[in-house]
Write a protein that binds this ligand. Sequence first.
Ligand code: PMP
Length: 311
Amino acid sequence: MRETETIWMNGEFVDWADAKVHVGAHGLHYGTGVFEGIRCYETPKGPAVFRLKEHLQRLENSARLLYMDLPYSVDEIRTATHELIGRNGLPECYVRPFAFYGYGELGVHTAGNPVEVVIMSWPWGNYLGDENTASGIRAKVSSWTRVGANVIPHVAKATGIYLNSMLAVHEAQRAGYDEAILLTDEGYVADGSGENIFVVKDGRIATPPLSTSILPGITRETLIQIAQDLGYVVDETDLIRSDLYLADEVFMTGTAAEVTPVRSVDDHELGVGAVTLELQRAYLDTVRGRSERWSHWLDHVDVSQAATAEA
Ligand code: PMP
C-alpha cells in the first residue's frame, strides 16, 4: 500500500502514521463495520470522483442495515472526501470511506460503542492487475458459496461479510487462478470475491439478479446503463455454471477491477471478446472524462478550494 500524507478521521485530518484505533475496538473483533471503495480519476478538467454520491448513499444504507447511525451525513462525507483528495494532492486515487463500532464494550451487541468514521485515499492500480485489463484473468468457481440473503444482508458492503470473499479468493489463488466466482447454495452464479459478473452470449448480455445474494455493484449498474445506451439487451437473470463455460465472453466489473475480461472459467477457454472490449473502452472513457455522454456521473474536485481550506 502506498502511503499518502493524511487521513480523515472523525472530522479531523491526521497524519497517515497517526490514524490508529485501540485493539479493543468492536469492529476488529466482530467485523462490525461498513465500507466503500471509490475511485478518483484524472480527467481533462482535473480530478473527478466517479459516482461519489451513489457510493456514499450505499455506505449510509449499509450502516442502516447494521443498526448503525452514521454521525456524518452523506454531504458531510462528500465534502470531507473532496478535501482529502485535495490535501493528498494525487491526480488519481482509490478512496476508502469506512465506519465501524469502536472502543467501548466487547459484548457482541453494539451498545456502548462509538461509531468511528474514517476516509483513506491512496494510489491503487487495477485490482485484478493492470496487465490483465487487455488479456483477461483466469477464474475458478469456488467451493465456498456466497453468503445467503438471510445470513448477512448482502446488500450491505459490510466488513464481516468479506470473510466469505477472502476464503474464496484465497482458494482460487492457491490453485493457480486469479479470481474466484461464487455460486449461491442453489447453484446460481452470484459474483466474484470483489466484482460482479457479466456473460455475453449471441450478442446478448446477462448478469445475475440481486436475488442471488450479490452486492448491488455501482459499476454493474453503470455497465448495464452503458450497454443499453449502446444498443445491447441486458438481462438480469439466473445463470448456472455451464452458462459460464458456454459463454462467448465473460467479464467482471467493480470499482477496483473496473471492467476486466475473464479469459477462462475452470479452464474452459473463452478468450477476450469484442463486446467486453467495447464496453471496457466506453467505461474507461467515461471515468476519465473523455466521453461527454455519461459525464453526469463525474463529481469534479475543486483542488484550489481544498488547498484554501488547508491554508
Ligand atoms: N461484488 C462484491 C462482492 C464486491 O466486493 C464488489 C466491490 N465493491 C463488487 C461486487 C462491485 O461493486 P462496485 O461496482 O460498487 O465497486
